[in-house]
Design a protein around this ligand. Structure first.
Ligand code: G1P
Length: 307
């Protein structure tokens, strides 16, 4: 089983990054010298994906601009003095085919994935949520693909999460533990109460799914699904229809880019491990304790300036 296509849903408004996200997609937030989308595309390519299908919405044009691969840009990237700066970018645009689908209405993650159904055949495909950054020697998506190949089944990524945070995630109910890191899934539930959550294994944004998910989402779309159609509900319904689902605890570092704090942690964590910045960033972090007054008064408009 090869995984030639992956869907990246990037239509979300980015409410936690407003007002910034009014103009700049949260998927284009910089992580060191590249936007978050770049890292997700890199992970896809390293897992063998060749077609990236990006689901977009209003104000997301800069994602397309970033991966724009006109002849003129490629030539510019290859001019003397630019090659090193553009090496990673060139590698992506020369090896990946990008397509863009517009989500017609903001009806949730399940609907966003369903919007790309016309570009997927009768095959297994990847889903990568760009809010989840997974940094690992073995690319996150590839870890899932290896299980999917072995089991000829759908696979999702999970991570152990403390009980009080489970209500932010989809959570799995384990049918059978196969190895310390691999589970067969009995069912899953989106954002349960911490008390009723079926386990402490939360879904993080990597999936290898059977095309059968589109039939399951079709059916749910015809029913009343509230204001949003959840991908988790589509997958749960696909299991009830007989598709096997496995969950793997992915190895590596996962950052949640969906909140300003998570993005900040990713930036600091990555910078403090990057040989270009590590020494100075660690020195700077160490020096922060000795700063006695930090005058920027967050949230209070202009009050921190002298009158
Ligand atoms: C989405 C999924 C959820 C998953 C999470 C991982 O939720 O619906 O099942 O656990 O991503 O990041 P969201 O964070 O978009 O609300």
């Amino acid at each position: 089983m090869d995984l030639l296509k992956a869907i990246i849903p990037a239509a979300g408004q980015g409410s936690r990054f407003m007002p910034y996200a009014k103009a700049i997609p949260k998927e284009m937030l910089p992580l060191l010298d590249k936007p978050a989308m770049h890292y997700v595309a890199e992970e896809a390519l390293a897992a063998g994906v060749r077609d990236l299908l990006v689901v977009t919405g209003p104000s997301k044009g800069s994602i397309e601009d970033y991966f724009d691969q006109t002849q003129a840009w490629r030539e510019y990237a290859q001019t003397a003095g630019k090659t090193q700066q553009f090496a990673g970018w060139l590698h992506l645009v020369e090896n990946l085919q990008f397509s863009y689908v517009r989500q017609s209405e903001p009806l949730g993650l399940g609907h966003a994935i369903w919007s790309a159904r016309g570009l997927i055949g009768k095959e297994y495909f990847g889903v990568m949520l760009p809010d989840d950054l997974i940094l690992s020697k073995t690319p996150g998506l590839l870890q899932l693909l290896r299980v999917a190949r072995q089991e000829r089944a759908s696979v999702i990524a999970v991570q152990e999460v403390s009980r009080d945070l489970l209500s932010n995630y989809g959570v799995i109910e384990v049918r059978k533990q196969i190895t310390p890191n691999l589970f067969q899934v009995g069912s899953l539930v989106e954002k349960p109460d911490s008390k009723s959550a079926p386990s402490n294994l939360a879904i993080i944004g990597r999936y290898v799914l059977s095309h059968k998910i589109f039939g399951a989402l079709d059916e749910l779309l015809e029913q009343d699904h509230g204001s949003e159609l959840q991908l988790t509900d589509g997958i749960a319904s696909m299991i009830r229809q007989g598709e096997k689902l496995f969950a793997i605890k992915v190895s590596g570092m996962r950052y949640d880019l969906g909140t300003p704090l998570g993005w900040l942690k990713a930036t600091i964590g990555m910078a403090s491990q990057d040989p270009r910045y590590a020494t100075q960033v660690r020195e700077f972090l160490g020096s922060l304790d000795s700063i006695d007054s930090f005058v920027y008064n967050h949230g209070k408009v202009l009050e921190h300036y002298e009158q």
